[in-house]
Design a protein around this ligand. Sequence first.
Ligand code: HEM
Length: 156
Amino acid sequence: MLYQGVLFLHSWLRWGVVILGLITFARAVRGWAGGLEWTRTDQRVRLLFITLLDSQVLLGLSLYFVLSPLTPRSLEGLRSVMSISVLRFFGLEHATTMLMALVIAHVASVASRKARDSTAKHRRWVVGLLIALLCIVAGIPWPGLPYGRPLLRTFG
Ligand code: HEM
């Protein structure tokens, strides 16, 4: 029951991360290209995106280390699932790609916060966010892939 609930949340929160990621990316590109001021709204949208991403990763970690029957519980276990595509994906590739996205998004957020002028704030956020979003999109188990999952998960 707890497993199904967390998987359901993890599945749906992916849309929050992807959609808000695209919105904040579009705002930052517009701000950079148009030489616009960095506003409080930009700041709020960036913070909201980072918060959603952190929450999604926390749910992912709880699936990975506690709830999911698909993930290895030891290094030995990880070695033995390397030849099975679904288990390798959830045991290694998915987690690694998403953790990379998390680190890149945090570094970009700090770099953007520390920049002196608005153009640099937008530019740093655009560059880091682009790489983070590419990792996220590449790491999602889209339907049609050997390890694909539904776009819209139902509970249970
Ligand atoms: C931006 C970050 C992430 C996104 C967008 C994301 C997205 C997803 C999606 C769409 C699924 C399939 C859900 C379904 O079956 O409907 C999934 C499954 C899973 N994710 Fe993530 N994930 C993220 C981060 C992580 C992280 C950091 C970990 C672990 C360290 C993780 C561990 C898992 C596991 C173990 C499953 C499969 C669980 C199972 O079926 O038993 N995820 N993720």
